[in-house]
Design a binder for this molecule. Structure first.
Ligand code: SAM
Length: 311
């Protein structure tokens, strides 16, 4: 749109100049002239878009995710897709949030740190946030190695902590993340996020042994769960439904979704809990959990034992 006080406008492109002429009577004509000289396209004034994850950053090679040339190694292609998708979702969840200064984040069961570094890169370089990100990991060798990489690359606001999830009690926590924390370690992560009052909890659970074993032990096999594969799937659904209900119970508006296609990981369920101040029907939720447990012969869900539902 050209404001009406202009009578002429020229658009300079690499190979032609296009002129719009407006007469005093308001008649418009367009003239096009081929350019003789060789013009180069100048992109300097274009705003550079920062990528979500840039595999050329040195830490990706140091963590073993890429080759020296910044190419994702063949056997970690699926892992890369997982963390990319996860980071994409976390970005969309964090963007509308308001933080009072530094954003405090814990990645529980952080392992080799792929997701932790991806979050650090995303939040500091793309979203320009001031962060305090802790990767909580029980294996001391990993923690040592990763902290050396963090130091070598001078990554501010990122640190690995050698601790079990259960024993880690952050003073301040805005966002809790966990990707494939084994079995009940996901429950410990959720409990830790709720106890610390995290605004956002994002967990992609791993195996679901605890509930599966309870279902098997109870002998309450129905027409579906008598087939091993469906027992497994049912255990996943029950475990994560109860996790979602417990999040709701503690005031988190909770969504359950798939974060990535099955071909990249069959463990592709994502629980997203956002803290709200809305009224919660605690009795109703407790009843729903009890009904589910009764139906499948489950005595307890591990998350209830670390985070009792009170009142
Ligand atoms: C399957 S790996 C996932 C690692 C990482 N989140 C990822 O997806 O790349 C699970 C990690 O959680 C750690 N872990 C398991 N239970 C834990 C616990 N209770 N406390 C702390 N770390 C734990 C394991 O040592 C392992 O490194």
């Amino acid at each position: 749109m050209i404001p009406c006080r202009f009578l002429n406008a020229v658009l300079f492109t690499i190979d032609e100049d296009i002129t719009l002429l407006v007469s005093s009577k308001g008649k418009a004509t367009i003239q096009t002239k081929k350019v003789q000289e060789c013009r180069e396209q100048n992109l300097q004034h274009d705003k550079q878009k920062i990528r979500l994850i840039n595999p050329a950053n040195p830490w990706w090679y140091q963590l073993g995710l890429t080759t020296r040339e910044g190419k994702i190694t063949a056997d970690l292609q699926h892992k890369f897709k997982q963390i990319y998708k996860y980071a994409e979702i976390v970005e969309s969840l964090i963007k509308p949030m308001k933080f009072d200064g530094t954003v405090h984040i814990a990645d529980m069961g952080a392992g080799k740190g792929y997701l932790t570094f991806a979050l650090h890169e995303l939040l500091t370089q793309r979203l320009n946030l001031d962060v305090d990100i802790k990767g909580v990991e029980i294996r001391p060798d990993l923690v040592l190695k990763i902290n050396e990489i963090i130091k070598a690359d001078n990554l501010k606001g990122l640190e690995f902590v050698e601790s079990s999830i259960e024993a880690y009690h952050p003073e301040k926590l805005d966002v809790l993340i966990a990707l494939h924390a084994c079995n009940t370690a996901t429950d410990d992560a959720i409990a830790s996020g709720i106890k610390a009052g995290a605004e956002l909890i994002v967990c992609a659970p791993c195996c679901h042994k605890q509930i599966r074993q309870e279902m098997e032990r109870s002998g309450k096999v129905d027409v579906i769960t008598r087939y091993g594969i469906f027992l497994e799937r049912q255990a996943v659904m029950i475990t994560d439904t109860i996790r979602a209900l417990i999040l709701e119970y503690f005031g988190y508006k909770t969504q359950v979704m798939e974060f990535i296609e099955m071909e990249h990981t069959p463990k592709n369920v994502l629980l997203v809990g956002r803290k709200t101040k809305a009224y919660v029907d605690k009795d109703g939720i407790t009843r729903q959990i009890d009904d589910l447990k009764k139906k499948y012969g489950i005595e307890r869900h591990y998350l209830e034992t670390v985070l009792p539902l009170i009142g």
